[in-house]
Ligand binder design. Structure first.
Ligand SMILES: Cc1ncc(COP(=O)(O)O)c(C=O)c1O
Length: 414
């Protein structure tokens, strides 16, 4: 009798499984109500109504007005429309600020602006847990600062920023605040008015909705220059036929996430904490980012450095063992440059390279955690047995095989 090997998907920070209820809600918009919301016949009007309902729902969930919500293809596009849209409309305001732990869809946008000579870019400082140092914001803001962009929940180390005081400091100086909320939406209570942000980006695929759809919140009366030309969808800011089924999926997934948050997130945190505690029994590990389960940490996020070995090697070993994780963020996991997020919080290059991110969701189970612990311990022990850089004190605690192997390697090197 053959048993199917257990698969533990612990990469929900990269993307999540779409919930059956969400798919069910989306389906008729492919097969029955497939009209273009811009068309004037019955099917078009039906699609337009659907869009209005979805917009109202999303707006309600983030504390905005429907007219302040613009549908996009995801958080990358929302971030680009927000920051480029501001820059193009305000050519005289030359100064922009970002946190050093932004996602590439913010960081690379402002780096290009700077490279092309449009703006002067400065980075703010964060502490060892990734929390923005408010004094660095106060010191760096200038009269010509156009915007500050801060990631609400960091995708790698899970740091949640307290945006309210950040917004107040920005506004005192006349600067706008944009927040990338891709990771916080549906995981923690979120109200754009309470946070005081001027613009905020969201997506669906981190909260069990479909990929390729998101939203941008733009505070009323705030203007942006559009990036694309075309018909006047989304109040002319984002021309192009709206992806109605996906937008329905975004609204439904967000509704479920917010509805179930109080019940689901403590469970996710509980499993994450257990995983962290059990992985910390492995020698020479270090947890990166704020305390698991604290108000400044994204539920489900665990970033951990296994010293003296490569994160990529652990990731590959775990992959063979049916545990799916990522090293750093998805975007940096295919490159050898250490994660800018981890180096910004003070990790050495080799520590950053040895880091693995486990991200849990409502769909993870105790069995997933048990499986991940066993496979990680095996992978780490095997990989450490092959490294010459491990301290002697540690190798004594490893298996006999590992110790012998290490000594032989060391003798050879000496
Ligand atoms: C913080 C953050 N911002 C932006 C994005 C990009 O989102 P999307 O995949 O919807 O473009 C991601 C996802 O990778 C993210 O984690």
């Amino acid at each position: 009798m053959s048993t199917t090997p257990h698969i533990a998907y612990l990469d929900n920070g990269d993307s999540t499984q779409v919930l059956p209820e969400v798919i069910e809600e989306m389906l008729p918009h492919f097969t029955e109500w497939y009209g273009n919301p811009a068309s004037l016949h019955q099917l078009g009007l039906r699609a337009e109504e659907t869009l209005d309902e979805a917009r109202e729902k999303v707006a309600g969930l983030i504390g905005a007005k429907p007219a302040e919500v613009f549908f996009t293809s995801g958080a990358t596009e929302s971030n680009n429309i927000a920051l480029e849209g501001l820059r193009r409309l305000h050519p005289k305001k030359k100064h922009v600020l970002i946190s050093p732990i932004e996602h590439a869809s913010v960081r690379n946008v402002v780096l290009r602006m700077e490279k092309e000579g449009f703006v002067e870019l400065e980075e703010l400082s964060v502490d060892g847990e990734g929390l923005l140092i408010l004094d660095s914001l106060r010191e760096k803001l200038r009269d010509d600062t156009l915007f500050v962009s801060v990631i609400h929940g960091n995708n790698e180390i899970g740091t949640i920023q307290d945006l309210r005081p950040i917004a107040e400091i920005c506004h005192e100086k006349g600067a706008l605040l944009h927040a990338d909320c891709a990771q916080t939406f549906g995981k923690i209570p979120l109200n754009v008015k309470d946070l005081g942000v001027d613009l905020a980006s969201f997506n669906a695929h981190k909260l069990h909705g479909p990929k390729g759809v998101g939203a941008l919140y733009v505070r009323k009366r705030l203007k942006l220059r559009r990036l694309f030309e075309g018909p006047p969808q989304e109040q002319g800011l984002r021309p192009g036929t709206e992806n109605v089924p996906a937008i329905v999926g975004l609204a439904k997934a967000a509704e479920i996430a917010v509805r179930d948050m109080d019940e689901v997130m403590p469970q996710v945190n509980e499993l994450t904490k257990q995983l962290a505690d059990r992985l910390q029994e492995i020698p020479h590990v270090q947890i990166n980012g704020p305390e698991i389960g604290s108000k400044n940490r994204l539920p489900g996020n665990l970033n951990i450095t296994f010293k003296y070995i490569e994160g990529e090697a652990i990731l590959m070993s775990l992959n063979y063992g049916g545990v799916y994780v990522s090293s750093g963020s998805a975007c940096s996991s295919r490159s050898l440059v250490p994660s800018h997020v981890l180096t910004s919080i003070g990790l050495l290059h080799e520590e950053a390279h040895g880091s693995i991110r486990y991200t849990l969701s409502r769909l993870n189970t105790q069995e997933d955690v048990d499986h991940a612990v066993v496979e990680t311990a095996k992978a780490v022990e095997r990989l450490r047995a092959m490294t010459a850089f491990i301290p002697e004190e540690h190798s004594k605690r490893e298996s006999e095989h590992a110790t012998t192997f290490y000594k032989q390697r060391k003798e050879k090197l000496d």
